[in-house]
Ligand binder design. Structure first.
Ligand SMILES: CC(C)(COP(=O)(O)OP(=O)(O)OC[C@H]1O[C@@H](n2cnc3c(N)ncnc32)[C@H](O)[C@@H]1OP(=O)(O)O)[C@@H](O)C(=O)NCCC(=O)NCCS
Length: 153
């Protein structure tokens, strides 16, 4: 696994990852219509041109495995997405390690739906603690879900 800068050619893979139903349900926070490429392109254009965003491609064996980013606003917030093909190999844990070494501002926040046990495990393993909960409407699930608010000091 390695992190590197995002290339324009990575976006097709990110878009394909966004179609995976299992990951959508797990993450719960997806766009209303993940299959809408125009919305996806608009969103990623904003991400790649926002000076407050640090984003990296997660690459594994020469393939695009996912992405990891932080919105460096008032309360910096980490977010990551790995394609189902690459799950269960420790790739996201390694990606979070590498990213935390590059982005060193603390506290660092994360919001994770309470039943997303894999993501909670990845974050807790690296020292994030649950400091609260929030309710959001999940497009992927079409219901209100409770997220853990997690913080790394
Ligand atoms: C959740 C996600 C990040 C995990 O990616 P991954 O590369 O498989 O993660 P890792 O292999 O590094 O570690 C995951 C750990 O959680 C465990 N885990 C995964 N799913 C689990 C579940 N449903 N219940 C309990 N543990 C689970 C794994 O066994 C592993 O632990 P281990 O190393 O002790 O075996 C990935 O599935 C994903 O991208 N999901 C969609 C997007 C998302 O949810 N993003 C989070 C928003 S911040």
């Amino acid at each position: 696994m390695q992190l590197r800068e995002v290339r324009a050619s990575d976006l097709d893979a990110f878009f394909a990852h966004q179609q995976e139903p299992e990951a959508n349900l797990m993450a719960a926070y997806q766009a209303r219509n993940p299959a809408d490429r125009a919305v996806f392109d608009h969103h990623w254009n904003q991400i790649l041109n926002d000076p407050k965003v640090l984003v990296r491609t997660i690459e594994h064996d020469g393939e695009v495995a996912g992405s990891i980013l932080v919105f460096d606003g008032e309360a910096p917030e980490i977010n990551f997405w790995t394609s189902t093909k690459f799950w269960g190999k420790g790739i996201t844990t390694s990606a979070v390690d590498a990213f935390l070494a590059e982005f060193t501002k603390r506290p660092l926040m994360a919001h994770v739906v309470q039943d997303n046990l894999g993501s909670i495990k990845v974050l807790e393993r690296r020292g994030f603690k649950i400091v609260g909960t929030e309710q959001i409407f999940s497009n992927a699930r079409a219901e209100v879900v409770t997220e853990n608010v997690m913080q790394l000091d």
